[in-house]
Design a protein around this ligand. Structure first.
Ligand code: DGL
Length: 265
């Protein structure tokens, strides 16, 4: 029996879009709801407990509204801060989290130093260091980049190639000064600059991201689910009450999704 139950992607803003796009390229028949929690953006500046409460309330509401079959927390900050609490609160819903790709970086690094670019909340969490230690990967050099999150959320669609390169070079300079050979993009927003990071970090620093791994994880969980024969158009849903900014219309169009507010539902 075909099911219309969607796969839910959730981020504070546009950060989950590269994940959603990659998944859809391989699975075009899936029904998708992409939730951008613009009301609470940026997540990275919040305290863990506060973010857990926000996400518990939001995910509960999304379950009641959309009855998703899988929830993808397409946000590193939300995953690290709240995934275990969400799993506990909603045991009937399979979750896929996005953990920064520390494992492959730790297994590859020769200098034993791994760069991690993330939000303030992510960089503060001990979990990342424990993960690196677990894979024998030595030291994590973490840099919090809230201004890069803001730049991508608000300006990436307008930014010139030079602006993007300049932004990326600033961080790479700091990482190079620390003598590391691997860099993990530990915030889903940064995927919008993946090519810039790869180009500018070559040949001495290898950049890691988690896009393919996440798509495979969703596919593995979804393997037994029925796929809708005529999937409805994807939906891009925003929190908050204000009119969607024009950029949201462009993001929705670029995905071929309909745009609406969660408040209206
Ligand atoms: N996209 C989110 C992440 O992966 C964070 C952005 C924010 O601070 O809201 O960490």
């Amino acid at each position: 029996m075909a099911t219309e139950r969607p796969i839910l992607f959730l981020d504070s803003g546009i950060g989950g879009i590269p994940y959603c796009r990659h998944f859809l390229q391989r699975n075009p028949g899936e029904s998708i709801v992409y939730l951008a929690d613009r009301q609470h953006f940026p997540y990275g500046r919040r305290e863990k407990e506060e973010l857990v409460a926000i996400l518990r309330a939001l995910v509960g509401r999304l379950i009641r509204t959309f009855n998703p079959k899988i929830a993808v927390i397409a946000c590193n900050t939300a995953t690290i801060a709240a995934l275990s609490e969400l799993r506990e609160s909603f045991p009937g819903l399979p979750f896929v989290g996005t953990v920064p790709a520390v494992k492959p970086a730790a297994l590859t690094s020769k200098t034993g130093k791994i760069g991690l670019l993330g939000t303030e909340l992510t960089i503060r969490q001990p979990y990342i260091r424990e993960l690196a230690a677990h894979f024998g990967g030595g030291e994590i050099v973490g840099i919090a980049a809230p201004e890069l999150v803001e730049f991508i959320e608000n300006r990436i669609h307008l930014a010139t190639a030079e602006e993007k390169t300049e932004m990326v070079r600033g961080y790479l300079e700091q990482f190079r000064a620390d003598g590391l050979d691997t860099l993990v993009l530990g915030c889903t927003h940064f995927l919008f600059l993946l090519e810039d990071f790869r180009r500018e970090s070559s040949p001495d620093i290898t950049v890691f991201d988690s896009v393919e791994g996440i798509t495979h994880r969703i596919e593995a969980l979804d393997a037994e689910a029925a796929h809708p024969e005529n999937p409805p158009r994807g939906r891009l849903i925003l929190t908050g009450t204000g009119e969607p900014e024009a950029s949201w219309t462009s993001w929705a169009d670029s995905l071929g999704f309909d745009l609406s507010l969660l408040e209206e539902r």
